[in-house]
Design a protein around this ligand. Structure first.
Ligand code: GTP
Ligand code: MG
Length: 149
C-alpha cells in the first residue's frame, strides 16, 4: 500500500502547530504508522534534500531543518502521496490555496511548516531514511470499513 513521509518542520513545532497539522491528515482518513519528535543531524538533512544540493538556498535550508526539533511521520493510504501534497499546498505559502496547511498557516517558502514526499518511491526512500524498522507500526484502525468500501 502507498506510504508517504510527512515532517513538521522546526517552525511548525516552535509555533505550536503540531496538533493542528497531524489533525488534518488524521481527519482526512489516512493511517499513521510512524511518529516521533526528533532533532535532525546535519548529515541527515543533507541526505534528505540531496536533490537540492546545487541550489543557492541549500545551506539556509539545512540550517532551517536542523534549527530545532521536527516531527517525523509515516502515513499510509490509497493515493496518500499526491493527496498529502494537496493537503499541504504549494511550496510558496503565498501561492497555496486557503484550506491547505501552508495556505492557512504560513507566509514564506523558507518557513513553510511541513514537508511531504513528492512520489511513492521517495515516500519509501524517506521513511527508510528517517525511521528504523522497529519504530513503524502495522495496525488496523477500527474506522477502516467506514473509510474504504
Ligand atoms: P518539501 O515538501 O519540503 O520537499 O517542499 P516542496 O516539495 O514543496 O518544495 P521543494 O522540494 O522544491 O523544496 C524543498 C524545501 O526547500 C521547500 O519546502 C522550502 O522549505 C525550501 N525551499 C525551496 N525553494 C526555496 C527558496 O527559493 N528559498 C528558500 N529559502 N527555501 C526554499
Ligand atoms: Mg520536495
Amino acid at each position: 500500500v502507498e506510504e508517504t513521509y510527512i515532517m513538521i518542520k522546526p517552525d511548525g513545532v516552535q509555533r505550536g502547530l503540531v496538533g493542528e497539522i497531524i489533525s488534518r491528515f488524521e481527519k482526512k482518513g489516512f493511517k499513521l504508522t510512524g511518529l516521533k519528535l526528533f532533532q535532525c543531524p546535519k548529515e541527515l538533512a543533507e541526505e534528505h534534500y540531496k536533490d537540492l544540493q546545487s541550489k543557492s538556498f541549500f545551506p539556509k535550508l539545512i540550517d532551517y531543518i536542523t534549527s530545532g526539533p521536527v516531527v517525523c511521520m509515516a502515513w499510509e493510504g490509497i493515493g496518500v502521496v499526491a493527496s498529502a501534497r494537496k493537503l499541504i499546498g504549494a511550496t510558496n505559502p503565498l501561492n497555496a490555496e486557503p484550506g491547505t496547511i501552508r495556505g492557512d498557516l504560513a507566509v514564506q517558502t523558507g518557513r513553510n511548516v511541513v514537508h511531504g514526499s513528492d512520489s511513492p518511491d521517495n515516500g519509501k526512500r524517506e521513511i527508510a531514511l528517517w525511521f528504523r524498522e522497529g519504530e513503524l507500526c502495522s495496525w488496523t484502525p477500527v474506522q477502516e470499513p467506514w473509510l474504504v468500501e
